[in-house]
Design a protein. Structure first.
Length: 321
């Protein structure tokens, strides 16, 4: 079945009236692109990242748009939407709700379901690691092949920070290691650690989607669930969660997050590591390298190696003697 994407151009103030009109037609599934909301989200969630791609910002600049998807063989619904927007525009004598124009685009069902997949391909990382999206095939080989369903979480292996971590994980993980993955996302770092010989891994993330995605990827790679635990919550503020995580010591702690969270988590990492343990951390934008290095030193860590890719840095550390 083919679909029609209906884009309704409005303003931040027009979102609710537009949604109300669509709801009257029985349409409650919508996609909203709002520049004001996007900018507000950026300003109020700085602890989630240190960098936002300029292209993403440019993409979000401009008119607010409400999008819905309608079956292509339902012209009556398309006409009804146009009629509702025309009536709303006539009521809006001060032009507060924007131009309320409707744009239609045809979308083939196959294209809709698969277009996003073109951004993910088989990747060779380090010396003996391959990351393979589940929909692509690879020839049998001696390398470790991690099959991934990216889901709605961060961590596919394509980002500089993830690749840097994986390259050091490949060199570092030993048989029977116990691993802690802070900010696990898709689970790629901790699951690859298990595939490389780690005995068990504990993963933590604030995004509830990580739980399902990480276990899905664990299953795809035929790893026993008894070797893996995933917790959802903020380890910086949740004392109960912190107590669970620190109930054991770890040979390797992984943290592919952002500078401010890395810095704040260092006292926890210090408690979590065995005396001869290794801390691998990335997600550090170039402008914050000095800050993270200073915090590592203050918390008693020695940097064993440092790698950079594009604007991102990764450190491999141990506790100072």
């Amino acid at each position: 079945m083919d679909w029609i994407r209906v884009s309704i151009y409005t303003t931040t103030e027009g979102i609710e009236p537009v949604l109300g009109r669509l709801l009257q037609l029985g349409i409650d599934g919508t996609e909203i692109e709002d520049e004001a909301d996007f900018k507000n989200f950026l300003e109020n969630n700085r602890d989630c990242w240190d960098y936002v791609d300029d292209e993403l910002v440019k993409e979000k600049e401009g008119e607010t748009c409400v999008k819905v998807y309608i079956e292509a063989d339902n012209p009556d619904m398309l006409n009804a939407i146009k009629t509702e927007m025309s009536e709303l525009k006539n009521m809006d004598t001060e032009g507060i709700f924007g131009r309320l124009e409707v744009q239609l685009d045809s979308i083939c069902e196959e294209d809709w379901a698969n277009t996003w997949k073109k951004y993910f391909h088989v990747m060779e990382i380090g010396e003996n690691l391959i990351v393979k999206p589940y929909w692509e095939n690879t020839e049998p080989c001696e390398k470790t092949v991690f099959e991934i369903n990216p889901g709605l979480t961060f961590g596919t292996g394509s980002h500089h920070t993830t690749r840097l971590c994986l390259e050091d994980i490949e060199k570092t993980v030993k048989e029977n290691d116990v691993v802690l993955d802070l900010g696990c996302g898709s689970g790629i770092l901790s699951i690859v650690s298990l595939m490389l010989g780690a005995k068990s891994a504990v993963a933590v993330d604030i995004d509830k989607n990580s739980f399902e995605t990480a276990f899905d990827n664990l299953s795809r790679n035929k790893i026993d669930k008894s070797r893996y635990s995933v917790y959802i919550g903020n380890i910086l503020s949740d004392d109960e969660l912190q107590e669970k995580i620190l109930s054991q010591k770890y040979d390797i702690v992984l943290a592919n997050i952002v500078a401010d969270v890395i810095i704040a988590a260092l006292p926890i990492v210090k408690k979590a590591l065995k005396s001869d343990g290794i801390f691998i951390t990335s997600g550090i934008i170039e402008d914050r390298i000095v800050d993270v290095k200073a915090a590592l030193d203050k918390n008693g860590f020695t940097i064993l190696s440092e790698h950079q890719s594009a604007d991102w840095a990764e450190f491999k550390c141990k506790l100072s003697e």
